[in-house]
Design a protein around this ligand. Structure first.
Ligand SMILES: [Zn+2]
Length: 133
């Protein structure tokens, strides 16, 4: 099928467009069919977690999303091929963040510790469903 908003080809029965993120009504869906639900989750390995820099939170989310988009799409695609359909947006809102204070030794010596707040992406999540088999 094709996205009614941007015209790109997307998997049949998609509830969101992979390209522009628009929500798509699927009138053909059979309400009598039961659904099974499962989350697609990609956990970023420690040391390879995208971090927030000097940008605002919104800018950071969009910046990280543009860098991770094609990688995450390829992972999500495996689920779509397996019959899952996304019910939450495949976009920057899927990132899960962790905030912590990084401790560092005082460069002037002594025991004083300076604390730097760090925000990093630990995971990317999309809620999925597919007809019960
Ligand atoms: Zn679209």
């Amino acid at each position: 099928m094709y996205c009614p908003s941007c015209g790109n080809q997307i998997p049949d029965r998609s509830t969101f467009c992979l390209h522009c993120g628009v929500r798509i009504d699927t009138p053909g869906a059979d309400p009598a069919v039961g659904w099974e639900y499962k989350d697609f989750v990609y956990i970023y390995p420690e040391g390879r977690r995208p971090k927030r820099g000097a940008l605002s939170i919104v800018q950071t989310r969009n910046h990280i999303w543009s860098g991770q988009q094609s990688f995450l799409f390829s992972k999500v695609q495996e689920w779509l091929d397996d019959g899952w359909e996304p019910i939450t947006a495949i976009g920057p809102s899927g990132f899960e963040w962790r905030s912590y204070k990084e401790l560092d030794l005082n460069p002037l010596g002594g025991t004083f510790l300076a604390r730097y707040p760090v925000e990093e992406v630990v995971a990317f999540r999309v809620k999925m469903r597919r007809p019960r088999r």
